[in-house]
Write a protein that binds this ligand. Sequence first.
Ligand code: NAP
Ligand code: MG
Length: 492
Amino acid sequence: MTTTLDPRVALSPTKLFINNEFVDAADGKVFQTENPANGQILAEVAEGGAEDIDRAVRAARAALDGLWSKFSPSDRAQLMWRLADLIRQHTDELALLESLDNGKPLMMATYVDVPLTAGHIQYNAGWVGKQTGDTLTLGVPYTPDADYLAYTRREPIGVVGQIVPWNYPLVMAALKLGPALATGNCAVLKPAEQTPLSTLRLAELIAEAGFPPGVVNIVPGLGETAGAALAAHPDVDKIAFTGSVEVGKLIVQAAIGNLKKVTLELGGKSPVIIFPDADLDAAVPGAAAAAFFNQGEVCTTGSRLFVHESLFEEVVDGVAAIASNMKIGDGLEPDTEVGPLISLDQLDRVSGYLDASRAEGATFRTGGDRVGDVGYFVQPTVVTDAGPDTRIAREEIFGPVVVASPFSTLEEIAAVANDTRFGLSAGVWTRDVSRAHRMAHLLKVGTVWVNCYQAFDASMPFGGYKESGWGREMGKEALDAYTELKSVCLML
Ligand code: NAP
Ligand code: MG
């Protein structure tokens, strides 16, 4: 039995979604999800375990071998369009769930998260039936008069497992489900234990849109049980994971059993670089937004700010002034700019970095402390004088914390920016076109934003170099990652 404890989520589903039905966990277990703004329990949610993951994988396999494979591309696309429309029609409800469960400002959930979610489904719907193969001209004439017809075709990988984090629950689900469904796969998705509610409501909309039972299954549960079972399941053909580098490596190990395909979207320690010719009226708020957007709980957070030495104090003062004026509060307050961190664990983690950095002698230009003792709020924080080898300058914090350092030349800053195990994204602020492109080419990252930051679009491939991940999501590359490529060769 699951229970909703907050009346605002009372109508929301809280059970496992398998075969288009909401069901209890096989062992009846439940876990609680809380509102990080006040620590109060929102709902008890069915806690899927290995047996439930197996049930979901079997449902997905049956759908794949059954009705789903008979759907024409246009029927498949139509369902996806309908789902995108339903998401838009339920914007207010989905945004409220997202804000309550994750803590993020309701305005952001309304104007960023939900539109991006619908947009991803819609973008991928537009690709259905448009992936093509090649016709090939064989180069080796095995017999003098032999002629061949050779071509490639794309086929669904099969049953895909998808594991997502808590920072953008709906967007992450859409990033994974969009290309999987467009290419004809069936999915088992595990949301993060901290934020199951919006994804379960999405499940209801998936059924309402008319997807056949088993095509999408949503199994909330814990990472080390449900997540691990999904990653290791011998009848899952691909696993797509977004989360930390540490868990990403566990996913790779778990996938070894049946050598399932793996794509990984992992963390970052992204540099934002401000050159002396930058438009500071845009660059200063841009750097602040890069650092503090979504409480800094974004894999692309611009957590290393590099400013040309001629502007360093001016920019740092500007970013610190913005940080200290940001309205911190409950995500449901209309003027909130910075909500709580996701959990007490995350608060402890971020506070640990701040305490260690303070002890090492770094300078806190603003912030550095928890706010209040109810909820998990941290001040937006600007740190200087943290050496390049300190933990705060090297490790992903996943909180509203930026470390600022000066630089002098382009070559120097390219090397410093690349001196990290991550390679997800970077920001460059300059009005010099050739400098912008030179920098973009030198940075070893998957996305470079010039004179903007965190401009995401369903059409733009996204993913990481180095330990930031394997493969790309978004764009047409995401669809390729959900297909097998088959060569067919006929002797004529
Ligand atoms: P996490 O611990 O890696 O969790 C991510 C997901 O993996 C959650 O659903 C989690 O389930 C699950 N999980 C945990 N242990 C698992 C295991 N042994 N086997 C299978 N699944 C497991 O990361 P997080 O703390 O939620 O999120 C913060 C991290 O994610 C940061 O490092 C951040 O950079 C990264 N991130 C990256 C991106 C990107 O696009 N590159 C986006 C967002 C976040 P439970 O939550 O139930 O434990
Ligand atoms: Mg929650």
